[in-house]
Design a protein around this ligand. Sequence first.
Ligand code: NOJ
Length: 536
Amino acid sequence: MKTDNWLQHSVVYQIYPRSFKDSDGNGVGDLQGIIDKLDYLHDGTLNSLGIDAIWISPFYPSPMADFGYDVSDYCDVDPLFGDLVTFDRLVAEAHRRGIKIIIDYVPNHTSDQHPWFIESCSSRDNPKRDWYIWWDAKPDGSLPNNWGAVLGGPAWTWDEKTGQYYLHQFLKEQPELNWRNRDVRNAMLDVLHFWLRRGVDGFRMDVIAFLLKDPELRDNLPNPAANPNLHPDDIYGRQLHVYNEDLDEMSEVIREIRKVLDQYDARIGIGEVWYELDRWVRYFGPNGDGLHMPFNFKLMQKPWSAASIRETVESLESALPTFGWPNYGLGNHDYPRLASRIGQAQARVAAMLLLTLRGTPTLYDGDELGLENGIITPDQVQDPQGILLGAERTRDVARTPMQWDRMPHAGFSRAEPWLPISDDYQRRNVEAESKDPASVMNLYRTLVWLRRQTPTLQKGSYRTLVQNSGDCYCYIRSHEGEDLLIALNFTHKPHEIDLNPLKEGNIILSTHMDHSGPISLSPLLLRTDEGLLIKL
Ligand code: NOJ
């Protein structure tokens, strides 16, 4: 693995295409909408956000049972989002601005409307039968094993016509491909070639660790630590996932995928991998011949306190293999919004954390505006997880449309959007925040550009600074004689921290965006909810 791959000095921005920008007035975002907003993302000047790469969630033909994560044709664009010509234009327009394109690859399951599955269902001796995971009922007619589906209910559905169950660990509309079948593998590797030849720079690989399952499909074990208040249909949430995912053999499949990427120049693989660190690091491959970046969910999952976040960063730093590289994200389309999880004031501290740590940052669209969870009434729920596991589990809250301006529908669309626009759109939108020098959007923009222009932030080493205030987290990034101190106050109270023997430094940026210049470090005064970036 080349250690200096472009991902290491990039800021990635995730676009959920349904909700980013609608160009044709049907209430759903599309590829042309993304093209129209590329200048917002990076126009080469400090007026734009300055990101380096966009990861676009699925835009392939799909019945949309899971809003695109149920693909019925891997090599086309759903008419809702555009067509291949528009996609090619998006790649060209992005590349012209120096923006890389990462697309979502959904290898674990297809849609139940994919021609492969329709064939597979047609008879037990169809050549595509073995492309999916079919299993007999137990002698008493019950399910083949106890596995639950992540989005709710059991992981098996009975097919009346051919008298067998098929496996689906998400929705019944998402039957799982059999990656132990050589033809399936070849077909799915061909999909990578198709998009690599079209010029994409990389893939985010959906639930990559699920591709292989226990050959005997043994029962998972109960999880004694499971939350007792889980929805009755959350079978998956009550189990230890010993046999259905994250098998040791996965490294071999990932190596095969990596070999495809390596046939092209500078293409990267990011994987959705959510395990504890000892298992997570394995996805870099034993010799760095696996994923370039197993996506790190820890900042979304751990409690928001100075101690827990420091511990999260330190354990990642010490678990990484020499060829590994850290990465962090604060939100995505499956988690509640950052600003609702930790509050608006701390969301600014989180922005400074994300963009000053050692490791590739991934931003989720809308977080740079401080978007909060959308208000979705039970009758407005669209996400299947919210339908199957209760409205309080709906992921729709993080998928409400991007807020561009104060016009009707927040400038997202001419028509009623597929999910309601949040009530705060008249003040929380790109146009209004661009005019406010202290807005959270301007904080993100400033941090992204500082990172771009500061090698110490991009590639400097990381060192925790031990200090006597447990409510603050301080660390130093160092590179070629430059030391930058980052001091973050995780509370709504001011704090004095004694950083002796450090005496003084120069503030480069405060998350309050109201002062810079010399500051004493013994002690350092951090105001309420303040993060400081200080040159030593
Ligand atoms: C993970 C995706 O992020 C999520 O949105 C989707 O429902 C599942 N994988 C299934 O594809």
